[in-house]
Design a protein around this ligand. Structure first.
Ligand code: PMP
Length: 401
């Protein structure tokens, strides 16, 4: 019965982490993991999260009853406010809803399920490259036509905007267009505001169902508003859209699986209709979401003192990432490593698409025990001031040998 089941291909990032964990080489470096690391190479529980956890541990009013299907109301309200800004007209006009989800992944899944089951969409387009899970989510939700648009220009190591617009234009009308709102994963290349306007024009012409994936709000630039600019721009232009929010990175709550699907519609009535359908999808998928992460995020976002403390933390994280970008760039320049490396400092967010080819990547893994994805993507927080020289010298060797 099950003997004929094909073994699924390994998930590259988790396979690499397993390989890294087994490696006994003392100077090994993990540049593949999609999580923040401190200057000591350790995970970071945000102090503000610790504070809230301590309060929760002794709060006699908390219990383990089911949350509503749509999630914790305080959390959902705070999440959409964080994304759109308190005074956003769409919020004031009561045409925004939040549905708590299992991480950003869960939010994407809810949106894709809704678009397939309720709106009968079959066409979706996303960037090439994109986060590897995007394709799989839409495939497993039954989308028949999954396309990728040009995005990364290998020559300029920047955005191929013309290619992107052309490819979106070539899609049937009313296709789903999946966009990374900030800190594009894996390239770290984000459109400028002028470029976003052109992307919005094309989405409008094509009557696209826009789904914005925002997994790094605040974490990218250290500034909440800057990182959600694209989403706010689309909303202010009158788009009805979905945005999948993740609190894995900006709260360091990776394993609590806390995310939110933000729904923006043209009026309250449509919002209620969409919400009711998504509640059915939640009901048949996980039925009721977990409380812990939602409670932490809600407690921080709804308390002005804790909120400003959190904003300091996201600044700490994004500053450290930027420092690592700068140091790696300076080291490669100093070594005279062939090629132009300034894309490392211009890219945004946790990842850098280095431009290293698969042979060079293999060289780094095999000879230096430096673990990174085959695409050449590295997590900047895997770098520390103590392993920087080692990594830069290894990259130099990989490029020149
Ligand atoms: N979207 C993108 C682009 C991501 O990089 C990630 C995390 N790697 C996610 C969504 C989802 O994150 P999570 O489900 O862990 O919240």
């Amino acid at each position: 019965r099950f003997a004929d089941v094909d073994v699924a291909p390994p998930i590259e990032v988790f396979a690499l982490i397993a390989q890294y964990n087994e490696d006994t080489f003392p100077n090994k470096v993990n540049l593949s993991v999609g999580a923040y690391r401190t200057e000591e190479g350790k995970p970071w529980v945000l102090p503000v999260v610790r504070t809230v956890e301590a309060q929760m541990a002794t709060d006699p009013t908390l219990n383990h009853e089911y949350l509503p299907v749509a999630g914790l109301p305080d959390f959902r309200a705070a999440a959409v406010k964080l994304l759109l800004g308190e005074d956003n007209p769409a919020l004031v006009e009561n045409r925004v809803e939040g549905i708590q989800a299992l991480g950003g992944t869960g939010a994407l899944r809810l949106a894709a399920d809704f678009l397939k089951i309720v709106k009968k969409c079959d066409n979706v387009i996303m960037s090439s490259p994109t986060w590897e899970n995007h394709r799989m989510i839409f495939k497993n939700c039954g989308f028949g036509n999954i396309k990728q648009h040009r995005y990364w220009n290998a020559e300029t190591k920047g955005l191929d905007l013309d290619g992107m617009l052309e490819d979106i234009k070539a899609m049937p009308d009313e296709s789903v267009v999946l966009l990374h709102a900030c800190a594009h994963n894996p390239t770290g290349v984000d459109p400028t505001q002028e470029q976003w306007k052109k992307i919005a024009d094309v989405c409008e012409q094509k009557k696209a169902y826009v789904l914005m994936d925002i997994a790094y709000q605040g974490f990218t630039s250290g500034d909440i508003e800057k990182d959600s600019w694209a989403v706010r721009y689309f909303v202010n232009r009158g788009f009805e859209l979905f945005a999948s929010q993740s609190f894995s990175k900006n709260f360091g709550l990776y394993n609590e699986r806390i995310g939110n699907l933000c729904i923006v519609t043209k009026d309250t009535e449509s919002k209620m209709r969409v919400k009711s359908q998504i509640e059915i999808i939640v009901r048949t998928t996980w039925s009721n979401p977990p409380n812990y992460g939602a409670r932490i995020v809600a407690s921080v976002l709804n308390n002005p003192a804790l909120y400003s403390e959190w904003k300091e933390h996201i600044k700490t994280m994004s500053d450290r990432i930027r420092l690592m970008r700068d140091q790696l760039f300076q080291k490669l320049k100093m070594l005279g490593t062939p090629g132009k490396w300034d894309h490392i400092i211009h890219q945004q967010g946790m990842f850098s698409y280095t431009g290293l080819n698969p042979t060079q990547v293999e060289h780094l893994v095999k000879k230096y025990h430096i673990y990174l994805l085959k695409s050449g993507r590295i997590n900047m927080c895997g770098l520390t001031t103590s392993n920087m020289d080692y990594v830069a010298n290894a990259i130099h060797d990989a490029v020149t040998s």
